[in-house]
Design a binder for this molecule. Structure first.
Ligand SMILES: Cc1ncc(COP(=O)(O)O)c(C=O)c1O
Length: 514
């Protein structure tokens, strides 16, 4: 692979990423209403090299072990210390008074606007897998219907889809997602369009996919789906807490995300969005009066980019659906005045403290500013990518490194492959090479953790083939890149530390290939 990406260019990009981080950090503290002194107190290690991990602007809010740098938020996050205290206090309260309950309607009313959604549409679910299961078992699909998805879905989305495909006799068609320099948003859309038939009823994709961490063009895909009358379903496991999401603007019918990953809620918490209206059309906004703690509050919400009628959807796990058949959703016909979120959250006795903890995490993010958070962590990920590009080249990542932060790079997961020939993410591998690479990659994860106190993970990825950018590696010849998560508690010193440890651990131009 030819590369005109010089080291000096990479340094410029790294400097630019530094500046963006500075701006992002200033914006954080402006939002908080604190001055430069307080800011430097909180994040004074931003440009120094601390002996211990975590110099990010909100590191002090988290109780991560300072003896190691945790960079696998993509698997699960770390609940802020303040929220943990409240979780413990609320558990004690329930233990003391077992029938005490918290108002989950208030919770939804408090957090929905942070996601650009109506409170009737935000379900505090158990996790992404639970959300995806509720979506696939609730929509109406019949034998012969087809669902277009991708070759990079997680079992948390693939399994619920397979269950319903087996049960209903559906056909699943899979887009091969492009990687490296074959990637473009237009190419992704074209590959979905190529699989459309008269039987297609729905599309499902994860953004970002857990294998590559590349953000897909969610709105573009959902707008296309809506134009074809298709149901759009996003596995957004990594969205809440990482991205400033606006579900009404994205235009999806359903979105299942985790509460316990980037949003840093307790285990077994999730955010599930179920579109429940189609009016007003964006860019208009509308207001809704809700009650929070007994007080009337007026919420201002964005209008809908998806103005299609609501697809039929049945809550499949609920003790809140009317016990008299025919009263809630006769024939699957949905009504925007039906609080589908309340029906979906009514499942026996919940863990009120866990739900409250998720609510508090969401409110922390709202206070800090979800756009500020996204800007900061995306800039930090770009800084990491610029450092990786400087040594291993821009072709070593899931998409070519681009200092201009295109939409697909607005994400805080980085998939990086130093194990293939030419440090090329899309290098062709034989089955034997793929096996050797999986072993080398697994060993690198272990060494980084046990010897260098840095926690990342690896994946098995069906990357695009260099010789044939429209096809992907055959099963058995997948590559095994590393996946790195950068979040609020990290700073550039944490990234520099990771890169230094990678240089001691994985193949590089200086150390040679494995
Ligand atoms: C894309 C994707 N979907 C689903 C899941 C499952 O997430 P959860 O543990 O929230 O069910 C994951 C977990 O990593 C994921 O990356």
């Amino acid at each position: 692979m030819s590369s005109n990406f010089s080291e000096s260019k990479a340094r410029d990009a790294a400097l630019e990423a530094h500046e963006k981080l500075h701006d992002g950090r200033r914006q954080f503290f402006k939002t908080l209403g604190v001055g430069a002194t307080a800011a430097s107190g909180l994040g004074s290690a931003l440009y120094s090299s601390p002996a211990l991990a975590y110099g990010g602007p909100y590191a002090a809010a988290f109780g991560l072990d300072p003896a190691r740098t945790f960079m696998n938020i993509g698997t699960t996050g770390s609940t802020p210390i303040g929220v943990l205290k409240s979780l413990a206090a609320n558990n004690a309260l329930i233990a003391r008074d077992p029938t005490a309950s918290f108002n989950t309607g208030d919770m939804r009313n408090l957090i929905a606007t942070g996601f650009g959604a109506d409170p009737f549409e935000i379900v505090m679910s158990f996790n992404t897998t639970d959300g995806m299961s509720k979506i696939f078992s609730g929509i109406v699909l019949n034998p012969g219907d087809e669902v277009i998805t991708t070759n990079m879905e997680h079992p948390g989305g693939n399994s619920p889809l397979a269950i319903i495909a087996d049960r209903r006799g559906l056909t699943i068609r899979r887009v091969n997602l492009p990687t490296g320099d074959s990637y473009s948003d237009a190419e992704v859309l074209a590959r979905f369009q190529a699989l459309l038939t008269n039987n297609t009823k729905a599309i499902m994709f994860s953004s970002p996919p857990f294998l590559t961490g590349v953000r897909l063009p969610e709105k573009l895909l959902c707008q296309w789906a809506a134009s074809q009358g298709l149901i759009s379903i996003i596995d957004g496991a990594h969205g809440p807490g990482m991205l400033n999401l606006n579900f009404h603007d994205i235009g999806c019918d359903f979105y299942a995300g985790a509460g316990h990953k980037w949003q840093c809620g307790p285990g077994q918490t999730g955010i599930l969005y179920v579109r429940n209206n189609f009016s007003p059309a964006a860019p208009a906004t509308y207001t809704k009066v809700v009650t929070i703690n007994g007080q009337s509050v007026t919420l201002t919400l964005p209008g809908y980019t998806n103005t299609n009628p609501l697809p039929a959807f049945y809550p499949t796990v609920s003790g809140g659906y009317s016990q008299t058949p025919g009263t809630t959703l006769q024939g699957g016909v949905r009504n925007p005045t039906h609080n589908v979120a309340a029906t979906l959250m009514s499942i026996g006795n919940p863990s009120y403290p866990a739900l409250r903890a998720l609510q508090e995490c969401c409110q922390m993010w709202d206070t800090w500013g979800r756009q500020n958070i996204e800007n900061y962590i995306v800039a930090l990920a770009q800084y990491l990518r610029s450092r990786l590009a400087a040594t291993w080249g821009p072709q070593s990542m899931a998409t070519m490194y681009d200092a201009n932060t295109p939409n697909h790079a607005r994400v805080a997961l980085t998939s990086f492959n130093p194990f293939s020939a030419g440090f090329d993410y899309n290098a062709v591998l034989t089955a034997a090479q793929a096996t050797a690479q999986a072993t080398a990659s697994g060993a690198a994860v272990t060494t980084l953790r046990n010897t260098h106190a840095v926690v990342v993970r690896n994946n098995t990825v069906p990357h695009t083939l260099r010789g044939s950018p429209a096809s992907n590696a055959a099963a058995g010849t997948n590559s095994s890149p590393l996946r790195i998560s950068t979040h609020l508690f990290h700073n550039t010193a944490d990234v520099d530390n990771l890169v230094a440890k990678l240089l001691l651990t994985v193949p590089s131009p200086a150390r040679g290939r494995s």
